[in-house]
Write a protein that binds this ligand. Structure first.
Ligand SMILES: NC(=O)c1ccc[n+]([C@@H]2O[C@H](COP(=O)([O-])OP(=O)(O)OC[C@H]3O[C@@H](n4cnc5c(N)ncnc54)[C@H](OP(=O)(O)O)[C@@H]3O)[C@@H](O)[C@H]2O)c1
Length: 296
């Protein structure tokens, strides 16, 4: 392995950050696992994007940083830009940002942070991971998982559009390499699984694995936005998710890339493999049923 590094992992309690932290620890690196809920857990460090008073301690000794943007922040660049300057001043030499396949450099939200790194960013080495939709959106407490459990239905405005769903474990594997390889890959890494699936095909896999009939219900973007708002989601975010679905219906996410295999040397996992393993370890019948939306 490379020299042991110290890596600050933001979002370390989340879907990708927890996996990045575990992977780096397994490789012998020192992880500073950042969360607003400090205390419990080895290597845990208190960190709040909105409290600059927590930043110096979180950055202490860090060589590299994994960046998960503040959740639901419309202008993450305003929050993350000053942090990036602090990180460089504290001795950080490389950052890896979690973005989205739906947002290019210069696009809204995280696209502006991407642009910041690309333009006159403070780091010579950096990478932006732009994953497709997470396979984990169909597990745990996510909205699609509760749709599967409670109704046997996946409701989207994606029509027959395809998505290159990716396993969060594969995103973490790419992140770990981007953080620790002698030269960072990228810098713009669109990360997908091995195949692009329609939601009807996802429903068929779930049906096969669980033995319970699950189907895709295609609705219009307006109907989806209304449904999500009815479930308690802020209207602007509901419209954003509906617009992303509309883009999928037009083919915007119908692609696969070789990023996982090229960067890690291992092929990405298929949805069928991921979901079968997930179901074997936590069958939905015994899961909780409180819905959370995918955090796109
Ligand atoms: N879901 C998808 O299909 C998909 C696809 C592509 C990209 N994405 C992107 O993935 C990102 C979400 O990443 P994820 O799924 O790994 O995270 P996640 O599971 O949604 O968890 C969010 C993390 O952010 C931390 N956090 C929230 N507010 C914070 C604050 N104010 N200060 C510091 N930390 C804070 C949380 O930690 P604590 O609560 O412990 O502080 C938690 O660890 C979003 O930016 C989304 O756009 C999602």
């Amino acid at each position: 392995m490379t020299e042991p590094l110290t890596v600050l992992v933001t979002g370390a309690t989340g879907t990708t950050g927890s996996r990045v932290a575990a992977r780096l620890s397994g490789l012998g690196h020192t992880v500073r696992a950042a969360s607003r809920r400090a205390g419990a857990g080895p290597g845990r460090v208190g960190f709040d994007w909105y409290d600059p008073g927590t930043h110096a301690e979180a950055l202490r000794g860090a060589d590299r940083v994994y960046l998960v943007p503040p959740v639901a922040e419309p202008e993450p660049a305003a929050v993350m830009g000053p942090f990036l300057e602090r990180a460089r001043a504290a001795g950080v030499t490389r950052v890896v940002l979690l973005g989205s396949s739906a947002i290019e450099a210069g696009g809204p939200g995280v696209g502006r942070v991407h642009q910041l790194l690309a333009d006159d960013g403070p780091f010579d080495q950096w990478a932006v991971l732009r994953p497709s939709w997470f396979m984990q959106n169909f597990t745990g407490d996510h909205l699609h998982a509760t749709g599967i459990r409670d109704e046997g239905v996946l409701t989207t405005a994606t029509g027959d559009g395809r998505v290159g769903f990716v396993d969060a474990d594969d995103i973490a594997a790419v992140a770990a390499r981007a953080l620790t390889d002698p030269v960072a890959p990228g810098p713009d890494l669109v990360v997908t699984g091995p195949e692009a699936l329609t939601y009807a095909e996802v429903a068929a896999v779930v049906t096969r694995v669980t033995g319970r009939a699950v189907r895709h219900r295609a609705v219009s973007p307006d109907a989806l936005a209304a449904r999500l708002t009815g479930l308690g989601m802020p209207a602007a975010f509901a419209r954003l998710l509906a617009a992303l679905d509309d883009g999928i219906s037009g083919g915007a996410q119908d692609r696969v890339t070789d990023t996982v295999e090229r960067v890690t040397g291992a092929a990405p996992r298929s949805f069928a493999e991921m979901y079968a393993e997930h179901h074997a370890s936590s069958p939905y019948a015994s899961s909780r049923s409180t819905a959370t939306a995918p955090s796109r």
